[in-house]
Write a protein that binds this ligand. Sequence first.
Ligand code: AKB
Length: 346
Amino acid sequence: MNGSSILVTGAAGEIGHALIRELATNQGNHITALDLRDISREYSQRNVTTIRGDVCDSSLINSLIEKNYDIVFHLAALLSTSAENNPDRAHAVNVDASARLLSKLSINALERNRKVKFIFPSSIAVHGVDPSAADAPVKEDQYLNPITVYGINKLYVEQFGAYLARRTRNTALRLNRKGQLIFRAIRFPGILSPDTVPTGGTSDYGPEMLHAAAQGKAYECFVKPDSTLPFCTMSDAVRALLMLVDAPEENLTRSVYAITAFSVSAEQIREKVCQAFPEAQIGYNPDPARLAIVESWPRYIDDSAARNDWGWLPEYNFERAFTENLIPAVRNFYNKAESHHSSVSA
Ligand code: AKB
């Protein structure tokens, strides 16, 4: 991926932040970071260009496609709770904008005889399991009956992306051209980040407990103590994206891969957070709608395809995630924020 021209949509989101930080360390990469929010102050790196704009704006997308990106990380999305609250907007962003971007990239690849990789973060939300089902780890092709609009949106883009990639390849073969749209997706579990808080997701209770405790704020968890989901750290999520981008085509047996690091209950997260922050006040006040979403998602994920095909292995299990990554980093994050605040107000 060294020396690539890269577009990241949804750049101000949680994954966007962490991914751009990593991509920008490679001076050879040139990154265009697109978001609705003004992010110009957040990225001072010389190799990051920020653009404030809407992925739904087709003239903006047309002008960006002209720049012939090698890799597009299409992260812009409304997450599951936000999408349930605004299904029309979710459809516009999660489906229409994604499909438009994919179609334009495929045309660009054919016309300019070039290869573009489209990397898409999908989600465990594409599954809809019966809450009373056994705890066998769920494979990529099982239980594809999402109960949320977000899950439906993600499943559509996974399938449309794979379809367009095939169609582009067949057209290129027929015309004896080399243009290629490469579509690869990762289905993420809940993600725990020490320096950003998610907005609008339903696995958010995990990171919200951590961040509330680190700030000395009380928190009411919206699921039950035994609600269980798969999670990974943000650092592993970003590592997985970078591994999949670079994975040799011939090793891949599918275009969509599930990954996970550890499955834990809300109570296990609460206990870990309370060990680090003994003053933490974390209670439970389940929200029936959000709880139903969590209960429709797999508790355990089978990520053997990612392990076999491109060597996926999480760096952090549950214990190490908290002791070596999340707790020290979240402390550091709020200490820095605190000292910045006091030096500004001094
Ligand atoms: C959400 O909760 O919506 C996301 C996801 C699991 O995709 N974090």
